[in-house]
Design a protein around this ligand. Structure first.
Ligand SMILES: [Zn+2]
Length: 476
């Protein structure tokens, strides 16, 4: 086995043969590189980052071709081998893969499909996607993959300003979704005390945090935007102010909330905390994009793309043609660059709508490219009614900008009719509800040529969720 100069979290005896290629600039993964950056990688030049991407990309496509039935068949059908990929311009020869491809593959070769490169029973982790938009898919990770994901997230946490000795409240019930498990172990590796929520009720959870706030240890919380809002609601109903919980930083993932200004502001103001975005996806592994401490100060924070670990391409949503140039806008196709070798995702259509500006530099000094304004919508979520595109995130932003409405909402689509259900914060009469619906209807952000039917309902009428919310209901 080729020796690297990288000091890993776990030793080789535990992890086994490392399949990924590691740049020596990673140095010691266990310790911070400086007061500001966990790893030197974060401040490497763009050219060096591109070189690292290329080395890893070549390695991962070779592994996949030689060991994964799924990729071998797909690429053979397209008439290519990894050896035909000689420069970035050749990338388009590799077919884009979709959720449906993996779904069909798992149906054909149950239960895991055959995208894996190492027998699934020899892999350490079992995950399922949350199934927000389709049937849950199974995913596995080797010990090496798992370590890479945790290391990747430690860098983000450090970039948020979380430090050893802090306390981390991990607000999830520990289902087989990957993201918050990563938060748990990354916090642990960083040297934080981890407090897991598990199956506790929201009120019991709030009381634990409130009690621990007495010791005034700096603390952070990881949660979905939906759950942070749920905590505010439950606390209010018990006359507890969530500011008393003493949470200084909140890491939001699983939904686009931290990139939607009104949602971000609502959570920031209630908790009196800084709010950070973390964007990942089960198929590709750990965090792909994050907002650094400096970006989180902005109303529309941009996200850093973790470019040594992921290749994020921007493509046309219909043709999948790659967008070129310094500024690119379209949907994301993502490759895990060897940080996920057990079940690799290669040119996987994640489908988030994104704008990358390679010329923009962040004041934090990181050279990871910026996704301008973050990720606020997934292309799949876009509603097209009578040729007009409607993004649910815009509706969310408008709803949450109105003081007298609760943050809950639901969008029901019935043929060409769009009904937006919103809740009054306090019970009122018909006149008040009419006034509120008019106010929302006239919001310039959602004013399109479409007429929405807006229905204001009594407080507490809409369903609540403890993880992600199902906001769009298509009625047949
Ligand atoms: Zn930055």
């Amino acid at each position: 086995m080729k020796k690297t100069k990288v000091k890993f979290i776990w030793n080789d005896e535990y992890v086994g043969e490392r399949l990924c290629w590691y740049p020596e600039e990673e140095g010691n993964r266990i310790k911070p590189f400086s007061d500001k950056y966990w790893s030197k990688i974060e401040i490497l030049s763009s050219n060096r980052l591109k070189e690292i991407q290329w080395n890893k990309f070549k390695k991962v496509i070779e592994i996949a071709y030689n060991k994964s039935g799924f990729y071998k068949r797909k690429w053979s059908k397209a008439g290519i081998t990894p050896y035909d990929i000689k420069a970035w311009d050749d990338l388009e020869k590799i077919p884009v893969v979709t959720k449906e491809d993996f779904e069909n593959n798992q149906r054909e070769y149950p239960p895991y499909g055959d995208a894996f490169t190492i027998p699934t029973n020899e892999q350490m982790k079992y995950w399922q996607t949350s199934g927000t938009t389709s049937k849950p898919r199974i995913w596995c990770e080797t010990k090496e993959d798992w370590e890479n994901g945790v290391y990747n997230l430690v860098r983000c946490f450090y970039g948020y300003g979380i430090r050893p000795g802090w306390r981390g409240f991990i607000s999830f019930s520990y289902p087989p979704f990957m993201a918050f498990w990563h938060c748990h172990y990354a916090a642990e590796m960083l040297g934080c005390q981890v407090v897991p929520k598990g199956p506790l009720s929201t009120l019991a959870w709030i009381n634990i945090i409130k009690n621990l706030a007495l010791s005034s240890v700096p603390s952070f919380m990881a949660s979905t935007p939906t759950y942070a809002i749920r905590m505010i609601e439950i606390a209010n109903s018990e006359k507890i102010d969530v500011k008393e919980l003493g949470i200084k930083k909140i890491v939001l993932g699983g939904e686009p909330g931290a990139s939607i200004p009104a949602t971000k502001r609502f959570i920031e103001n209630n908790f009196e905390a800084e709010v950070f975005d973390l964007m990942g996806c089960t198929e590709t592994g750990g965090p792909i994009m994050f907002s650094c401490k400096e970006q989180a100060l902005n109303r529309y924070p941009s996200l850093h793309i973790v470019s040594d670990q992921y290749l994020v391409e921007v493509v046309d949503p219909y043709t999948f043609n790659r967008k070129e140039g310094d500024i690119k806008e379209g949907v994301t196709v993502i490759t895990s660059l060897g940080n996920r070798t057990g079940m690799p995702a290669i040119r996987f259509l994640v489908g988030d709508w994104i704008k990358i500006d390679e010329r923009k530099k962040c004041v934090c000094g990181r050279n990871f490219p910026l996704a301008i304004g973050g990720v606020s919508s997934r292309f799949d979520d876009m509603i097209i009614i009578k040729g007009v595109n409607v993004y649910p995130s815009l509706i969310e932003n408008s709803v949450r900008s109105i003081e007298k409405l609760s943050p809950e909402y639901q969008i029901r689509i019935d043929g060409s009719r769009v009904i937006i259900l919103v809740e009054a914060k306090e019970r009122g009469d018909k006149d008040l509800y009419l006034k509120l619906s008019k106010r929302l209807e006239e919001d310039p952000l959602i004013k399109t040529s479409l007429r929405f039917n807006i229905n204001v309902v009594d407080p507490g009428s809409l369903p609540r969720s403890e993880t992600k919310s199902k906001r769009i209901i298509k009625e047949l």
